[in-house]
Design a protein around this ligand. Structure first.
Ligand code: GAR
Length: 193
């Protein structure tokens, strides 16, 4: 199976969905490392409980030197023999250095129907715009934030009385279905290449 690292900063619900799907027979990938820039990210304990190796590399000690932090992240990925990186609520904007190092092998999930609403507060923006539909996008990571080629999307309705939190929850449920499915076909494509 293709060795995947999942990068998180928080809850890790997408990470958990990716681990579970990877442990199913015939998925074509396995999550072999979960890496966080936040030492007490909730997702780290969940990953450990599922038997997946974890590492936290806090960005704070590196101050303004974003690349130095990324070099430490990259080293941990290489040391673990990682082939594909899946960002899942990793709340750091990457420098071109790390993006280039993993070009074509780094995926991200974003909580909107890109190209709509790159960046933050996607659910509040979709509600404010009066959109009838919202959703999530899995895309390849390129230097432009939330701009890479789209690999898959899932849609959910926006309801009349939606709050950003209620919509976020509905979108997250869709994310948990979409991300493992896209990662599975991405890794199967790599194996054939
Ligand atoms: C997810 O909704 C993901 O799409 C979003 O953060 C959440 C992480 O939740 N990502 C971004 O906003 C990226 N800019 P999780 O930790 O429970 O997977």
């Amino acid at each position: 199976p293709v060795r995947v690292a999942v990068l998180i900063s928080g809850t890790g619900s997408n990470m958990a969905a990716l681990i579970d799907a990877g442990q199913a027979a015939d998925s074509g990938y396995e999550v072999s490392l979960v890496l966080s820039n936040i030492e007490d990210a909730g997702g780290l304990a969940i990953a450990s409980a599922k038997g997946v190796a974890t590492v936290s590399i806090p960005h704070k000690p590196f101050g303004k030197d974003r690349e130095a932090h990324e070099r430490a992240v990259d080293e941990a990925l290489r040391a673990a023999g990682v082939e594909v990186v899946a960002l899942a609520g990793y709340m750091r904007i990457l420098t071109p250095w790390l993006v280039r190092a993993w070009e074509g092998r780094m995926l991200n999930i974003h909580p909107s129907l890109l190209p709509l609403y790159p960046g933050l507060d996607t659910h509040a923006r979709a509600i404010a715009a009066g959109d009838a539909e919202a959703g999530c996008t899995v895309h390849l990571v390129t230097e432009g934030v939330d701009e890479g080629p789209i690999l898959g999307q899932a849609r959910v309705p926006v309801l009349g009385d939606d709050t950003p939190a209620a919509l976020a929850e509905r979108v997250k449920t869709a994310e948990h279905g979409l991300y493992p499915q896209v990662l599975t076909s991405f890794c199967k494509g790599l194996a054939r290449a």
